[in-house]
Design a protein around this ligand. Structure first.
Ligand code: SF4
Length: 239
């Protein structure tokens, strides 16, 4: 299924959402299915799942409890062909609704306005326009979003909470896979026949835009291939 949708109910107040975030923070952070069930029951019709299309594990997990859930894909215009292929498989094979989150400018319009290859000269600005602003705009309609952030992914993510109130975006943020390892993720994908981006098996344990993602050596920090050679390690969505 693929469509642009809007959540189906009125958004609760910030105070109410903060209370729900505090409730969620008490859940068992090793019980991803339990967290997914709580998310589906607590935010019916107002829940979004973020997915980079490295694999479809998180959409699969959440859709078991929230069939047809919106899955947000940041369509930056710079994705690997394998990522677009994985998006298509997730849309076809899972009970989810893909929402393509689009920047204001196409790549051609951005090139015309700022010059080509902005990602080389000013990746922070490129990410702000192609990821952060579109995501913030889209999240405004939801009460909660679910992400696949894991504590083992990078030194910047070791203290990631299970559930929190996302101050930047003004909604509840839920990270059900926070205690998982990459092996846990691939085992779930295998056990449940979930689509996996072939790049995951080709040296890309963390997949972003093609110009800003490189292969990493076995055993290296999975996110070390993102903006390799630059001080930048995060696009800003989770920081
Ligand atoms: S990851 Fe690279 S290409 Fe993608 S939005 Fe950020 S700077 Fe631009």
């Amino acid at each position: 299924m693929s469509a642009t949708t809007t959540p189906g109910r009125t958004k609760r107040s910030e105070e109410e959402l903060r209370a729900l975030a505090a409730e969620g923070a008490q859940l068992d952070d090793t019980d991803a299915a339990g967290v997914a069930r709580w998310a589906a029951e607590t935010f019916p019709g107002t829940l979004a799942v973020a997915c980079s299309m490295a694999e479809g594990v998180l959409p699969h997990l959440i859709s078991q409890h929230a069939p047809g859930v919106d899955v947000l894909f940041l369509e930056t215009g710079y994705h690997f062909a394998d990522t677009i292929g994985t998006r298509a498989r997730v849309a076809d094979e899972l009970d989810v609704t893909i929402v393509d989150v689009l920047p204001e400018l196409t790549v051609a319009e951005q090139d015309a306005k700022y010059g080509p290859h902005l990602y080389e000269r000013d990746p922070a600005r490129c990410c702000a326009m192609r990821k952060m602003e579109p995501l913030a705009r889209t999240l405004g309609g939801y009460e909660a979003w679910v992400t696949g952030v894991r504590r083992d992914e990078a030194p910047t993510r070791t203290t990631t909470p299970l559930v929190t109130f996302d101050e930047k975006h003004g909604l509840v943020k839920i990270n059900p896979l926070v205690t998982w390892t990459l092996d846990d993720l691939t085992a779930y994908a295998t056990d449940h026949n979930v689509p996996v981006n072939l790049l995951m098996y080709d040296g890309y344990p963390s997949i972003g835009c093609e110009p800003c993602t490189q292969r990493v050596a076995p055993g290296d920090d999975p996110r070390s291939g993102r903006w390799a050679g630059l001080a930048k390690t995060e696009c800003g969505i989770h920081t």
